[in-house]
Design a protein around this ligand. Sequence first.
Ligand SMILES: Cc1cc2nc3c(=O)[nH]c(=O)nc-3n(C[C@H](O)[C@H](O)[C@H](O)COP(=O)(O)O)c2cc1C
Length: 216
Amino acid sequence: MDADHVLKTTRSVRLRLDFERPIETSVIEECLEIALQAPTASNSQQWQWVVITDPEKVAGVAEVYRKSFEVLAARPPEERPSYGAEDSRTQQSEGVTRSATYLAAEMHRCPALLLACISGRVEDLGPMAQAGVYGSILPGAWSFMLAARARGIGMAWTTLHIRHEDEVAELLGIPADVTQAALFPMAYFTGEDFRPAPRVPLEQVVHWNAWGQRAP
Ligand SMILES: Cc1cc2nc3c(=O)[nH]c(=O)nc-3n(C[C@H](O)[C@H](O)[C@H](O)COP(=O)(O)O)c2cc1C
C-alpha cells in the first residue's frame, strides 16, 4: 500500500471493528518488529510493549477504560479537554462522541489490546527530559498503528485509562517505574478503506521562520 495513502487514512477505528475475527500472533509480531525501527532518544530503546489477548485481562483493562470514559462523558462538552483545535473539533465532535462511547462500551470484545509503555517516569523531569521519554515511545506506537492499518487491522489511539494507570499496572504486573503511554484496542476492520479527515488548515498552523509568519 502506498505510504502516503496509509499516512493520510489511518483513522481512529472504533465502530468498524470485527470483534469475531481473531488477530494472528504473527501479524501482531510483524507490526511490533516494524515499531522497533522507530527512533528513540540516544537510541535508548527503553520501550516495552504489552500485548493483551487473555480475554479476562482484556475485560479488566476495558473496565478501567470505561470507568475513566464515564468521568469524561459526564462532563459538559465545554469542560472536556480540547487540546486547542476548536474549529475542526466542533465539526467532528458529535461523530467522535458517538464512536468513542461505542468503543468504551465494547472494548472488552477486542481480540487484542496493545499497551505501549516506556521505562522511567516523567513526573519529576523537566520539559526536555519529558520530551525525550514520550518521544521515545510515541513514534514506535504510531508505526505500529500504521503497520497494523496496512494489514487490515483498525484501532484508536487511547489514553483515557491512564487516569487509573496503577490499576492496569496491577492487573498486568507492570512495575511502578514504567510509564504507560497509549492503549490500542484493536481488531480487523470491516469495510474497504478510509478517507483523509478534515483538519485545521495548514495555513492556520504553519509558521515560517517566526511565530505567526504564515508565508515562506
Ligand atoms: C494523545 C491522544 C489521545 C487520545 N485518546 C483517546 C481516547 O482515550 N479515546 C478515544 O476514543 N480516542 C482517543 N484519541 C483519538 C482522537 O480522538 C482522534 O485521533 C481524533 O479524534 C482524530 O480522529 P482520527 O484519528 O480518526 O483522524 C486520542 C488521540 C491521541 C493522539
